[in-house]
Design a protein around this ligand. Structure first.
Ligand SMILES: [Zn+2]
Length: 280
């Protein structure tokens, strides 16, 4: 018969061995931190692939891009527009709720690629399109100052949230004021529509990135930022991830290849980052 003391010691040894084995198994099942980071783009820290950098900087053709789809004609104001498919699905739900509340959403502008944004920028920079009623090429000779005037409402190509397929400029079928004017959304039906979007957009994932005064939007954290844009809305569940990716890959995304880039490009990150905190 076994000595009781020896039997207790043997039990203790077997128990300890079991515990050691159990812990080793737990450790082996835990993924390494590096694996988590590599497997999750939403972590926002990993270096983006060339395909992701192309998307973030708008260097693609929306009609041929996988993951993008045309917005149904009933939601557009004429020209065919494209969106990220997840954003488009959310827009359809937002538009149905708006319709039930008496508003018929129209998308004035959705995905714009680098080429389209470059055309808009250069028309303004070179004076073919007026900015605030002025020909900037004739009236503002200093190129950085001219860029700052354009940057009140327009992005440098390669830096626009419209590249991502998550952002769009909205109007409403029965609003008579001009699209892309804050004044349109400050009185009458325009204000009612904007108030409805502010109250209901967030429950469908939508936020207004450019609200209020850019100098106070983030408590003075950024020296520059776009002016208020009551018409510009973003699908946050996708765009917040893209913003983090943009910030993590900022050096690779410094914009170039357009008129005035040498004088203006260094300003880009303030404009990308100075968005309403509700869109992060
Ligand atoms: Zn916009």
């Amino acid at each position: 018969m076994l000595n009781p003391r020896r039997a207790f010691a043997r039990c203790l040894a077997v128990g300890l061995l079991y515990l050691v084995l159990l812990c080793c198994t737990c450790e082996a099942r835990k993924p390494a931190a590096a694996e988590i980071k590599a497997g999750s783009r939403s972590a926002g820290n990993a270096a983006a692939s060339p395909a992701e950098l192309s998307l973030l900087s708008g260097r693609f053709v929306p009609e041929k891009k996988s993951g993008f789809a045309a917005i149904p004609a009933k939601f557009t104001a004429g020209k065919t527009q494209y969106l990220d498919k997840r954003t488009l699905a959310a827009l359809a739900k937002l538009a149905a709720a708006a319709h039930a509340a008496g508003f018929d959403i129209r998308v004035v502008s959705a995905t714009r690629n680098f080429t389209t944004q470059k055309a808009i920028w250069e028309q303004k920079f070179n004076g073919q399109r007026s900015v605030g009623g002025k020909n900037l090429a004739a009236t503002v000779k200093d190129e950085e100052k001219r860029a700052l005037e354009i940057l009140r409402f327009s992005s440098m190509p390669g830096t626009s949230r419209h590249h991502w397929g998550t952002d769009m400029d909205l109007h409403e079928a029965k609003i008579t004021g001009p699209a892309l004017h804050n004044s349109t959304f400050k009185h009458g039906r325009g204000k009612e529509f904007h108030d409805w979007l502010r109250a209901n957009g967030p429950s469908f994932g939508f936020c207004q990135p450019y609200g209020g005064d850019p100098a106070v939007r983030n408590e003075g954290k950024f020296a520059h930022g776009y002016q208020e844009e009551r018409w510009h809305w973003s699908y946050r569940p996708v765009s917040a991830d893209y913003l983090r990716d943009y910030e993590s890959n900022a050096a690779a995304l410094m914009p170039k290849g357009y008129a005035g880039d040498k004088a203006a490009a260094h300003l880009y990150m303030d404009y990308v980052r100075n968005i309403d905190p509700s869109c992060r």
